[in-house]
Design a protein around this ligand. Sequence first.
Ligand code: ATP
Ligand code: LTN
Length: 339
Amino acid sequence: MTAAKPRPVVLSGIQPSGRLTLGNYLGAIKNWVPLADTHDCYYMLVDLHAITVRQDPKVLRERCFEFIALYVACGLDPSRNVLFVQSHVPAHARLSWVLNCYTQMGELSRMTQFKDKSAKNVDNINAGLFDYPVLMAADILLYDATGVPVGDDQKQHLELTRDVAIRFNNAHGTKDRPVFIVPEPMIPPVGARIMGLQDPTAKMSKSGDAETDAIYLLDPPDTITRKLKRAVTDLGNEVRYDVKDKPGVSNLMSILAATTGQTLEQIVETYNGQGYGKLKGAAAEAVVECLRPVQARYAELRGDEPGLMRVLRDGAQRASQKADATLMRVHEALGFIPQ
Ligand code: ATP
Ligand code: LTN
């Protein structure tokens, strides 16, 4: 009998740096769920990444429990997915150091997320903020991930991860035995970049300042409806997908498409000529319906902290097994004395 073929690995993570938004859901989590049928799936809560911006410790801990309950509520079954917290697996920090020595300052200074975040945090441009993408590369490479399901904004970080992996392989691997698997980004065709409701030229973000710019996964239905009804739209009344000329309307169309499965063409056919109020109403209804089961399941799960801790402990153990094996392979390739 031949052994079962190993399944490809996917890995992704979200920073507990604010409340989860509809952008995080449509760009990332929603697309993670079906992958368990075909892949070994590792999903993290990246707390080490989150502290590149100051966090209140009490709020951070509360939010981490909220996140993990939401991961499960969104459909990530812990028996089919490895769900864990980054700081519980020491290999992330250890590989990150190694990869620092294979990443150039120039490469990191070109990262747009670093430029954006350092502009927003002028009094705390710390080394971690600069080094953030190297830790992300370590996250991915530790698990031999072939695919990384993320939103469009993470494409540049993925390209850097690939470059670092290839550089390390060229230095220390052979063609037949590369040290690292070189991963590919997996970016969804719709929902990959949900924009802010008040400023549709900037992405919806969980750590943004304006409460009304984002829809949070735990917003009550009337709040969701109010936020969408007040979303900034564009001049005119034409329903047409044009991110440059009609960023507000295009964003509502993306939200409606990603939550209902309709195509952009179908949306134009149904709503063009009807005014923006109809489109906003339809988007509000679709988002409320899409989040209703998530919110109901969350309410059942969040109270059971011991249960959530069990999920995290089990996840950390399974993640460590895989990550430690990769780290040892890297140490061996570097010529470190085995432990
Ligand atoms: P922060 O505001 O703290 O930077 P964020 O909301 O941008 O956070 P991240 O933790 O950086 O979220 O991203 C988590 C995942 O969600 C990533 O895969 C990212 O691509 C995706 N994502 C974040 N915002 C959006 C968005 N507006 N549209 C689509 N996907 C998104
Ligand atoms: N940088 C990502 C979060 C992140 C991540 C990862 C995503 C950290 N490590 C590994 C995918 C794989 C972001 O969304 N800002």
